[in-house]
Ligand binder design. Structure first.
Ligand code: PNW
Length: 489
């Protein structure tokens, strides 16, 4: 899917980006040399498997804008963002990157990078403005146009059906606290997958159940901002999982046999404090238990004994049939990996103990992103071993950075370059050690609406001037371009 470019194609592509980014020629020459030496099979290069999928990722609410266009209904994030005090600086995503209109420009940026894949999400309220009922043809057509334009550019679309923008009409009926929402989601997911069948080969049901339930239902830092506790919170988590399982079945029923279905779950990857066998075993146990309410349930069709015991009276009510649905077989697992937690072996019931980060531990601009490249080595490896997962995609990885245009208009985000270089080296090492990772999606193609942080935290490898919508590839774009072209780090 990502053939190594001829030297001429490569130099041309890098030349275009270098001009856009005004990067000196020396960098261009060394990248071209790397590609050339790779073609000769240099042993010094750390090479990714042939056919490894390189992509970028975004989500509908974070980039599209156009919140009133073509009959789109209201989502919980429209309501939340327009509630005073919820978002840093009172930002909203009413316009965001205006990708609803500017997607051809975004696809051109991806061509410049040389990515073979793009992970985007569908806004449920564009398809069913009221959550259920009659589909909105104009919303469906937008995604057909997007997907067709991607194919025309030689970029494979990977589609997420729920990246947190629940139709507000369903929130008024209880949102994920209402079991009917799981059914409504499956109906929407099946309908949309059917509409894109044949044009999209990879569907993800949901993005990070852990985050939208934890932050939106458990705390108030994301929409709908409920701050629930106890059993009510656990029941909502269970219904979100049920929605995933029902959607897997609905997507399968609506699409051809070659279509592949999975999800994109966020994990704070369990890492051994260092790779002594007892700490590795501890981290493996932790990987299962820390994800008991998400990945473990989805891949085993049951909640672990320890999970239910810890929750006690707060445990969700569930039936055997619901657990079978939650455990519906998937074809791949997406993992969003930004950071991790260190574990050591411990003489307690669980057999492990989490090690808090010392205050001196380095982190990126976002306070929750500890710099932990080992997360992307251990995360996929331990999840695959513990849960028997055969195909993993890194559906998100990246970082925020404060880098802004310098006096020449360049954005030299060396912190992001450093971050990506270290994480990708660890990913390559993990794959070489047997982690079944098939692809990598960098979050994000563009600076975008970073939820409650608004536009104050920028995750893009392309700088976006939100006043003019001008896009400028950052230094990290040039770095990623070289990784893709050489399929190596
Ligand atoms: C993920 N946390 O979200 C999302 O899937 C993206 O939409 C988001 O832009 C990206 O990561 C960067 O934040 C998370 O606070 C947001 O732990 C917050 C957290 C984790 C993931």
């Amino acid at each position: 899917m990502n053939p190594i470019l001829t030297r001429r194609q490569f130099t041309k592509a890098i030349g275009g980006l270098a001009a856009a980014c005004a990067i000196p020629l020396a960098a261009k020459a060394s990248a071209a040399t790397a590609a050339a030496s790779d073609a000769q099979g240099s042993a010094a290069k750390r090479v990714f498997p042939k056919g490894f999928v390189w992509g970028t990722a975004t989500a509908a609410y974070q980039v599209e804008g156009a919140v009133k266009a073509d009959g789109r209904g209201e989502s919980i994030w429209d309501v939340y963002a327009h509630t005073p005090g919820r978002i840093v600086h009172g930002d909203t995503a009413d316009v965001a990157d205006d990708s609803y209109h500017r997607y051809p420009e975004d696809i051109a940026l991806m061509r410049g990078l040389g990515v073979g894949a793009y992970r985007f999400s569908v806004a449920w309220p564009r398809i069913f403005p009221e959550g259920t009922g009659k589909p909105n043809a104009k919303g469906v057509d937008y995604y057909k146009r997007l997907v067709d334009a991607l194919h025309a550019a030689g970029i494979e679309p990977y589609c997420t059906l729920y990246h947190w923008d629940l139709p507000e009409a369903l929130q008024r009926k209880g949102g994920w606290q209402n079991r009917d929402t799981a059914k409504a989601f499956a109906d929407y997911a099946g309908y949309m997958a059917g509409q894109l069948d044949g044009r999209v080969r990879h569907f993800m049901t949901m993005n990070e159940i852990s985050t939208f339930i934890g932050n939106g239902y458990g705390s108030t830092s994301m929409a709908p901002g409920l701050g629930l506790k106890g059993q009510a919170l656990e029941q909502a988590r269970h219904y979100a999982l049920l929605g995933h399982g029902l959607a897997v079945q609905a997507i399968r029923a609506a699409t051809n046999a070659k279509t592949r279905v999975g999800s994109a779950e966020g994990i704070n990857a369990a890492m051994p404090a260092f790779d002594a066998p007892e700490h590795v075993a501890a981290a493996r146990k932790a990987a299962v238990e820390q994800n008991a309410g998400y990945l473990t349930a989805m891949h085993t069709g049951r909640y672990t004994d320890q999970y239910l015991k810890t929750l006690g009276a707060d445990a969700p009510k569930f039936t055997a049939d619901e657990m079978r649905i939650i455990g519906s077989k998937t074809d791949f697992q997406g993992l969003n990996i930004y950071t991790g937690d260190y574990y050591i072996a411990a003489d307690n019931e669980r057999g492990y103990e989490v090690v808090p980060f010392p205050s001196s531990y380095p982190n990126m601009q976002s306070s929750w992103i500890q710099f932990a490249p080992g997360a992307i080595y251990w995360g996929p490896k331990l999840m695959a071993e513990a849960l028997g997962i055969s195909d993993i995609y890194i559906t998100e990885n990246g970082t925020s950075s404060t880098a802004a245009p310098d006096s020449q208009g360049r954005v030299l985000d060396t912190d992001r370059v450093m971050f990506l270089q270290q994480y990708l080296a660890e990913l390559q090492r993990g794959i070489a050690d047997g982690a079944p990772v098939r692809g990598y999606f960098l979050w994000s193609l563009l600076d975008n609406f970073e939820w409650s942080r608004g536009f104050s935290e920028r995750f893009g490898i392309t700088y976006v001037d939100f006043a003019t919508q001008k896009r400028t590839p950052k230094l990290s774009s040039q770095f990623y371009r070289g990784v893709i072209a050489s399929n190596a780090i």
